[in-house]
Design a protein around this ligand. Sequence first.
Ligand code: ADP
Ligand code: TRP
Length: 323
Amino acid sequence: MRILSGIQPSGSPHIGNYLGMMEPAIRLQDEGDAFYFIADYHALTSTHSAAALKENVNNLAIDFLACGLDPEKATFWKQSDVPEVTELTWILSCVTPMGLLERCVSYKDKIAQGISPSHGLFAYPVLQAADILIFDSDVVPVGKDQKQHIEVTRDIAIKFNDRYGEDLLRVPEPRIREETATVPGLDGRKMSKSYDNTILIFEATEKALRKKIMKIVTDSTPVEDPKDPEGSYLVELYALFASADEVEEMKASYRAGGQGYGHYKQQLFEKIRDHFAPMREKRDALAADPDYVNGVLETGAARAREKAREVLDRVRSATGLGS
Ligand code: ADP
Ligand code: TRP
């Protein structure tokens, strides 16, 4: 089974990215042939500084490795080191109906957030389809917001196969974990860097992490009164890191009253801090060893490129471009 996923280097990853995509991808590396990459071509749609792009790629590589991506198990590379994917993008563009892209909500969302509506932004899902299809991927672990892009990928693969020959491109399945499909942010909306409501995996300091968590929006129920744990983002976030018993304890304490929200925020802070503590240590070690990190990406790119070439040759030949 080929498992594939990508993540854009567009700033420090947050715990929504971690729980929605990185952690599931890391778990899956034991279950099949895992292929993970840093989507720097995609990031060009919104990051327009060369220095920032380079820095974001480097930091994301370090963060993903620190969180447990194991280069002995998974192939890990930078998207633009496999330029074959852009050739496949063009070929796929020629089977992609405009209407399919016009329906994509993430394009509309990004424009609404002020990203300039370039052709690259509009064609973003076709590049994503090429990323997936060029590796004969079976399973794509992502957060729920990427579901539509995987559906577009499936539609494009089916259209291509209809036109050029059955089974030329493998039709992938999304893998979306129900519990972490949409991790809430500090304000209860989906955690996202565009909403400025994130908790980073690696906040600069413990104090910064605590400060962020203290910002979680709660109602104004007085300390002594009982509180409703249902629909509380604080409880929802806690449940992502705590055991079932610990969550029940927090809920019971909510219902009993007598504690302010600050108390529960402190509990959440400690959970998140402790969860990421070993990864933070690993991250410091990786940051001090850039040769190792670059070596991982280079080895990964070579391996990924070999597979991409194979599928691209098949596609070139089917379309009349190749021999
Ligand atoms: P952002 O919304 O912060 O820009 P991205 O779009 O770069 O995040 O998402 C990268 C990956 O993380 C995708 O697989 C996406 O589905 C997942 N992801 C992002 N935010 C969340 C969230 N709040 N909950 C679950 N998964 C998420
Ligand atoms: N669009 C994805 C995101 O914003 C990143 C991505 C690019 C991706 N190519 C991919 C995810 C291929 C899965 C498979 O998160």
